[in-house]
Design a protein around this ligand. Sequence first.
Ligand SMILES: CC(C)(COP(=O)(O)OP(=O)(O)OC[C@H]1O[C@@H](n2cnc3c(N)ncnc32)[C@H](O)[C@@H]1OP(=O)(O)O)[C@@H](O)C(=O)NCCC(=O)NCCS
Length: 343
Amino acid sequence: MSKIKPSKGAPYARILGVGGYRPTRVVPNEVILETIDSSDEWIRSRSGIVTRHWASDEETVAMMSIEASGKAIADAGITPEQIGAVIVSTVSHFKQTPAVATEIAHRIGAGKPAAFDISAGCAGFGYGLTLAKGMIVEGSAEHVLVIGVERLSDLTDLEDRATAFLFGDGAGAVVVGPSQEPAIGPTVWGSEGDKSETIKQTVSWNELHIGDVSTLPLDSKGEIKFPAITQEGQSVFRWAVYEMAKVAQQALDAAGISPEDLDVFIPHQANMRIIDSMVKTLKLPEHVTVARDIESTGNTSAASIPLAMERLLATGQAKSGDTALVIGFGAGLVYAATVVTLP
Ligand SMILES: CC(C)(COP(=O)(O)OP(=O)(O)OC[C@H]1O[C@@H](n2cnc3c(N)ncnc32)[C@H](O)[C@@H]1OP(=O)(O)O)[C@@H](O)C(=O)NCCC(=O)NCCS
């Protein structure tokens, strides 16, 4: 028989507070048209994007995260010292080690929490949320700070017609804490590694620094391109439209929720047409508020769901206690969907 005492956590977990940070610089489609052959009309109609935010040198991954976290902690009504773990989901923090989570934990005054980064692309927020819930119920932390943050402008090839207009920068954060009733449903998540080539970096850091220079992609000035994110737009689009609606439905079923019970739908902000298609396939009733933050934020990967959540609450389109379906999907390919009670 085991001599180990069982760990004591909270019966359930819930999102207690949310915060967001959007870089000061707003970039309209006209700026994108300086480097690709396209039109404002094409970008709007094919993606739904009108403007996005690009970070300045000062708006680092850490700085944006700290701003978003401060708001989330205040919104949750706790102090930084009560944070037992910090999880940062990002693909655009360029220092391999140490994890940026440790710097953020220190700079927000959280003391000595567990702190680590995860890489799960545009599903990163859902992955972090699921880990946080597990930690709270298992008892290894009472409050967990989950941050999704990206500076995708650093990984965007402005000469690539398929991606130049898509990406934006920003940070979103939530505080997850104990609850007496279920407020984060079972997560439906997974990966399809056979499709890992559909969204990827053009070259690895290794190839850039020690590889054969003659094989590296060059820009229009003949200079070696910085590794950027490329994608097979149509394959990803089809996968998102057909497969992710099924995953979203599975998350509703797992939570025992019907579309009529939902108040809010917050899908990853990848493309307005993907969002519209999911709403149709899921047969969401008229009363369900749908996040359409992509119009002014672009695709901010791991930051997109908490940023959209924060805006819906801040603008009164959603309210505390609402039942929301969240689903993230992207590079990997990976996905994560769950039903949550809004903070
Ligand atoms: C990127 C995306 C908006 C492109 O839209 P699309 O309708 O698939 O575009 P296509 O690549 O099929 O190209 C359609 C036409 O537009 C043209 N086109 C492509 N990019 C263009 C651009 N930036 N401006 C103007 N025309 C463009 C193509 O040349 C093609 O022209 P043709 O019909 O004369 O051959 C869309 O595929 C998408 O959103 N994919 C998923 C993105 C995503 O979610 N990624 C991240 C997941 S986390």
